[in-house]
Design a protein around this ligand. Structure first.
Ligand SMILES: *[C@@H]1O[C@H](CO)[C@@H](O)[C@H](O)[C@H]1NC(C)=O
Ligand SMILES: *[C@@H]1O[C@H](CO)[C@@H](O)[C@H](O)[C@H]1NC(C)=O
Ligand SMILES: *[C@@H]1O[C@H](CO)[C@@H](O)[C@H](O)[C@H]1NC(C)=O
Ligand SMILES: *[C@@H]1O[C@H](CO)[C@@H](O)[C@H](O)[C@H]1NC(C)=O
Ligand SMILES: *[C@@H]1O[C@H](CO)[C@@H](O)[C@H](O)[C@H]1NC(C)=O
Ligand SMILES: *[C@@H]1O[C@H](CO)[C@@H](O)[C@H](O)[C@H]1NC(C)=O
Ligand SMILES: *[C@@H]1O[C@H](CO)[C@@H](O)[C@H](O)[C@H]1NC(C)=O
Ligand SMILES: *[C@@H]1O[C@H](CO)[C@@H](O)[C@H](O)[C@H]1NC(C)=O
Ligand SMILES: *[C@@H]1O[C@H](CO)[C@@H](O)[C@H](O)[C@H]1NC(C)=O
Length: 497
């Protein structure tokens, strides 16, 4: 009883009475920025219901009216000093930028400045009073319960962030953080935090494993354990969010929820950023979205929503800095996805979850021996009907391990209905959106006109196809792997018996 009571106490923290959402940041650093109507059309098509703007652009807020989309507007850093001078300047800003748009535009929060403590420390002394001025103006219009006021922080203000239980905010900022947290607590607002496992990983000099940053499954003995709390951390994101909870409780604030205002992964980088790849960006964002929408919470507060805005909607070619800076987007300026998120089973936010339009192919860099072994497995125990790879059949040419394996992998991936892990094959396979079909060889899932195989039924293993399934003629190499092949065939035939 006692320990149950303790547990209840522990988890009675921020109530989990609402579901976490996924939103998207709408940056405007594009040389050919789509107009607000086009932006909103993309948001609607992708079923994105939460956005964060970096300003309070009038045309954008008008375009968002009557869409049902929830909007976080921002006071840009360069307007902070002007707006934050007094109740009057803040009230004036609220009048023109908020009152002018609600309720048609559903503004749910105001993010006052971005990473002020680290990016614009000169403005730090007025930060809390500015939040209070803006809040006062909202109170005066009876909008304070609907619109929350906060300010987005860089996670770099959290020091000693691992183990999370020992984390604390840089003490230099106590004079700002203590009144800020007090304000957030008394107004039922939340801590806004930017969480970038990409940078944590990059700066860690390989101390942080890539898999840990990308939410990929870790070998249990590689999981990070907080020795004080014995909580297990399976990803950097959770560890950073928990570090923020602990840093707040270190200052005696234990009931302020967290919203992650920015998180993401770049899909392209220069030679010093080898992990800024499409694959990694897709893996990170897909896993992040699934993690958030699942209401998984963190080890410290399981089930407590940590809503998150992806950084960000568009690739921004006019952002200065390294190549990766320009490549955090989910879409290009035309609204074409940079990559197709893998969101099976996580609901319908981001409708570019066209998982059904993906294919499983051999990785360019894969070791061919491993590819051959995986091919053997797919055509054997994996129960893929590899008869189209036989000599004289449509997918025999080009007659090579990689081409044949791609066909087998893709068939398996579709047979398994795209489930997680069904396009891996010990790391030699990867998901693509490019249809690998060629000539008369039509791949499962192909949307081509030649859709013989499109609905998969043709390729589903048939109990009548014993002969071709257990034939080894599609195997183009009969070398030292023969044993493995034979083992696979034996298994395959045993299963058919
Ligand atoms: C700002 O306005 C609020 C509410 O009207 C008031 O309580 C507060 O004292 C004012 N602050 C200043 C600095 O005038
Ligand atoms: C704005 O969003 C909130 C939260 O979903 C909802 O309760 C409210 O009705 C919305 N307001 C309008 C005007 O759509
Ligand atoms: C803490 O913040 C101060 C003031 O910005 C800064 O000078 C110092 O480097 C920070 N400490 C660490 C460890 O980041
Ligand atoms: C937090 O609360 C404890 C117990 O009331 C107190 O001893 C401590 O000084 C407080 N810490 C801060 C930073 O206020
Ligand atoms: C979803 O949440 C459950 C528990 O609530 C957890 O076991 C599972 O691992 C979570 N899945 C993801 C993808 O986070
Ligand atoms: C994707 O395929 C699954 C199962 O084959 C189906 O239930 C789902 O409706 C498809 N989704 C789309 C967007 O076609
Ligand atoms: C598929 O394409 C090939 C040539 O491209 C053609 O000969 C064949 O008839 C097509 N099959 C179907 C079902 O359209
Ligand atoms: C599969 O394809 C066949 C032949 O084109 C068609 O008759 C059947 O309706 C399709 N099944 C589904 C589920 O699309
Ligand atoms: C297996 O073959 C028999 C005889 O040709 C046929 O009647 C039956 O429908 C086939 N079964 C399947 C699953 O294709």
């Amino acid at each position: 009883m006692d320990s149950l009571f303790l547990l209840l106490l522990l988890f009675s923290f921020v109530s989990a009475d609402h579901d976490a959402f996924i939103g998207v940041n709408v940056g405007t650093g594009l040389s050919d920025m789509p107009n607000p109507t086009q932006v909103v059309a993309l948001l609607k098509a992708q079923q994105i219901r939460n956005v964060r703007l970096y300003d309070s652009d009038r045309a954008m807020l008008l375009a968002l009216a009557n869409t049902g989309i929830h909007v976080t507007v921002s006071v840009p850093n360069d307007q902070l000093l002007g707006i934050g001078q007094s109740n009057a300047t803040a009230a004036n800003w609220v009048f023109h930028n908020i009152l002018a748009h609600v309720p048609a535009t559903n503004i749910t929060s105001i993010s006052v400045g971005s990473e002020i403590l680290t990016a614009l420390p000169n403005a730090a002394p007025i930060l809390v009073s500015e939040l209070k001025f803006i809040h006062s103006a909202l109170v005066a219009s009876n909008l304070d319960s609907q619109i929350k006021v906060s300010t987005a922080h860089s996670s770099s203000i959290i020091l000693d962030s691992f183990p999370p239980s020992q984390a604390f905010f840089n003490r230099s900022w106590d004079p700002v953080m203590v009144p800020l947290l007090s304000f957030l607590q008394s107004t039922d607002s939340y801590l806004m935090l930017n969480v970038y496992p990409y940078y944590d990983y990059m700066r860690s000099n390989n101390v942080i494993p890539l898999d840990y940053a990308l939410f990929r499954p870790l070998n249990p003995n590689k999981e990070a354990v907080d020795s004080n709390t014995l909580l297990h951390y399976t990803n950097v994101f959770d560890a950073v969010v928990d570090a923020a909870y602990f840093a707040m409780s270190y200052l005696n604030f234990t009931n302020i929820p967290i919203i992650v205002t920015e998180s993401g992964w770049p899909s392209k980088g220069d030679s010093s950023e080898p992990d800024a790849t499409i694959d990694n960006a897709n893996t990170y964002n897909s896993n992040l979205i699934r993690h958030v929408l699942n209401n998984t919470g963190t080890p410290k507060h399981p089930g407590v929503a940590v809503s998150t805005y992806i950084y960000e909607l568009y690739n921004e070619d006019s952002i200065p800095g390294s190549l990766s800076e320009k490549n955090w987007g989910l879409f290009d300026a035309n609204g074409v996805p940079i990559y197709i998120l893998l969101l099976t089973g996580s609901g319908n936010v981001l409708a570019d979850d066209t998982t059904n339009q993906t294919y499983c192919v051999v990785r360019d860099t894969a070791d061919l021996k491993m590819v051959q072994a995986a091919l053997d497995w797919a055509c054997g125990p994996g129960k893929v009907d590899c008869s189209p790879l036989l000599q004289g059949k449509p997918c025999y040419e080009p007659n090579g391990v990689a081409a044949h394996a791609t066909y087998a992998f893709d068939t398996y991936y579709h047979q398994m209905a795209f489930t997680e892990g069904s396009c891996d094959f010990n790391g030699v396979a990867t998901v693509t959106t490019t249809d690998p079909s060629h000539g008369t060889c039509v791949f499962p899932g192909s949307r081509g006109r030649n859709n013989t195989f499109i609905n998969g039924t043709v390729l589903a293993p048939s109990s009548n196809s014993t002969t071709s399934k257990c034939s080894s003629r599609y195997l183009n190499r009969a070398d030292n792997l023969l044993k493995l092949v034979m083992a696979g065939i034996a298994l395959c035939c045993a299963m058919l018996l």
